[in-house]
Design a protein around this ligand. Structure first.
Ligand code: PLP
Length: 496
């Protein structure tokens, strides 16, 4: 299977090349030239498989230049007991009769990004080897809080790679920051950017699109690539857990095989929900996709009116991993929905870069709305949803999941749609103990580890070891950088 750029300005490449490059040279994002199909008999067959086997089966539909055995070896390592200390890495549990939670926070960094970033280094390693690449892969990552640690955890001391992470100073939870700044490994750099996530992401994109810099680094045997969800190697593994969750719901009798489900996804960069949409396009029985945003509701406005406008105040919210105004993966949706109209995609993206906005017209918007609904929840409603989940259902959820729950509840009120629904639970509540305690109307301390303990005591739930053990670990990276100086920082770090 070949991959093309959403902006149409580049020749088709193999999956391995798409993974190595991250971003297409014309600034576009890679997508499969055509989508594979998933039949009910495939799904029936998958019900009998383990998670790594399901993941390898789904990946083999997309990453056709790896063998099934290679993909299974990668998936077995990435989703094995060393990283995911539960039987099923992506279990589905019941919230109510009709509503299930897809628990994606049992990995090493306690957020869903582990599903992509535990396996991406292995896929990238395979791609380096198979394409005869001898340069060192330099992975540049902008993070709103969770990608950074997940990427560090996957790439630290991985042979043939170096990894740099930029996070917005003051824009993450304390625990999220400590997860990154205490990272071990000889090939690692972590820097705080004086700006927000969009500034960090724009800085990374600017480094990628600097052709002269790319050439200079290449002469010094460095190959720049990305661990952000602009990389197809991050999207593909996320398709697998939707397929797996659907199989589990059918096996447990929560749905009949073939019955459509709705899926609610807490959304920032539009990567996770796009993976779900691709699963739907391939044939997974999914009805509506509910795109849930926090107060940074640029996507809610876009999906309901067709106007994407990033010229609006940026809010720091209780769900920091969704504090984003430029959702990169929307570009892939535009391409898919417009039937591959790369000129239209390129002109929308130009308008976004130059004016900060673009508009999608009638028919295209209608097609988007055939599949997507959208809503947003501010901090007060997020807190209410956490309280509600705990008091009514006995479930402790994190602020990102709470945004999705709240948006789902309002969707049901407004539409009466009672289809079985999967709410994607993207992070452990123990990553955000202060916010969760506040939601449960408990005292909050200025010390996040005291909050972690208090939350654990109050709920009688055990905090993940990977978070508790951060306590007292020395911060290794305390440097900050102006958003204009990210390129210099990278050159200095590489000695280039
Ligand atoms: C990254 C993240 C999101 C948003 O996912 P996107 O793929 O960027 O839309 C939601 N919740 C959590 C906990 C995250 O880390």
């Amino acid at each position: 299977m070949q991959y093309i750029s959403t902006r149409g300005g580049h020749r088709p490449v193999s999956a391995q090349e798409a993974i190595l490059k991250g971003l297409a040279p014309d600034g576009g994002l890679y997508l499969p030239q055509e989508l594979p199909s998933l039949s009910l008999s495939d799904l029936n067959r998958f019900t009998k498989l383990s998670y790594p086997e399901r993941a390898a089966s789904v990946l083999s539909l997309f990453l056709t230049d790896y063998t099934y055995e290679e993909l299974l070896a990668c998936a077995s390592r990435a989703y094995g007991p060393a990283s995911f200390p539960v039987q099923n890495p992506a279990p589905v549990s019941a919230l109510t009769d009709r509503v299930s939670l897809l628990e994606l926070y049992h990995g090493p960094t306690c957020a869903f990004k582990d599903f992509a970033l535990q396996i991406l280094p292995l896929l990238l390693g395979g791609a380096l080897q198979k394409t005869g690449e001898t340069r060192t892969a330099v992975i540049l990552t902008a993070t709103s809080g969770d990608t950074g640690k997940a990427a560090l955890s996957g790439f630290a001391d991985a042979a043939g790679t170096r990894i740099a992470v930029f996070y917005p100073e003051g824009g993450t939870s304390v625990i999220q920051r400590l997860q990154m700044t205490t990272q071990k490994g000889a090939n690692v750099l972590v820097l705080a950017v004086k700006g927000n996530f969009d500034d960090a992401q724009n800085g990374v994109k600017a480094i990628f699109s600097d052709a002269a810099l790319g050439e200079r680094l290449s002469r010094q045997d460095f190959l720049l690539t990305s661990a952000n969800s602009i990389n197809w190697g991050r999207l593909a593994p996320q398709i697998a857990y939707y397929v797996s969750a659907y199989c589990d719901m059918a096996v447990s009798g929560r749905i009949a095989m073939g019955e459509p489900i709705n899926v609610a996804v807490p959304t920032g960069n539009f990567g996770n929900i796009l993976a779900c949409y691709i699963a739907k396009l391939c044939g997974l029985p999914i009805g509506r996709l509910l795109c849930a945003s926090n107060e940074n509701d640029v996507l809610t406005e876009f999906l309901t009116t067709g106007v994407y406008n990033r010229n609006r105040p940026f809010h720091v919210t209780l769900s920091p991993s969704m504090d984003i105004l430029i959702s990169s993966n929307l570009e892939r949706l535009l391409y898919l929905i417009s039937g591959g109209d790369s000129e239209k995609v390129a002109s929308s993206m130009r308008s976004l870069a130059e004016e900060g906005s673009y508009t999608i017209a009638g028919e295209t918007l209608a097609r988007i709305q055939d599949s997507f609904s959208a809503g947003s929840a501010n901090d007060a409603r997020t807190l209410a949803a956490i309280y509600d989940a705990w008091v009514r259902y006995g479930r402790l959820i994190d602020p990102h999941t709470a945004v999705a729950l709240r948006v789902y509840q309002e969707f049901v009120q407004n539409t009466g749609d009672s289809a079985p629904t999967l709410i994607v639970s993207t992070a452990s509540p123990f990553k955000f103990p202060a916010s969760v305690l506040r939601a449960l109307r408990q005292p909050v301390s200025g010390d996040d580890f005291a909050n972690l303990d208090a939350l654990s005591r109050y709920t009688r739930l055990r905090a993940p070891d990977s978070l508790s053990l951060l306590r007292g670990t020395a911060e290794r990276f305390t440097g900050t950088v102006e958003k204009e100086s990210m390129k210099d920082a990278i050159q200095e770090w590489l000695g280039a």
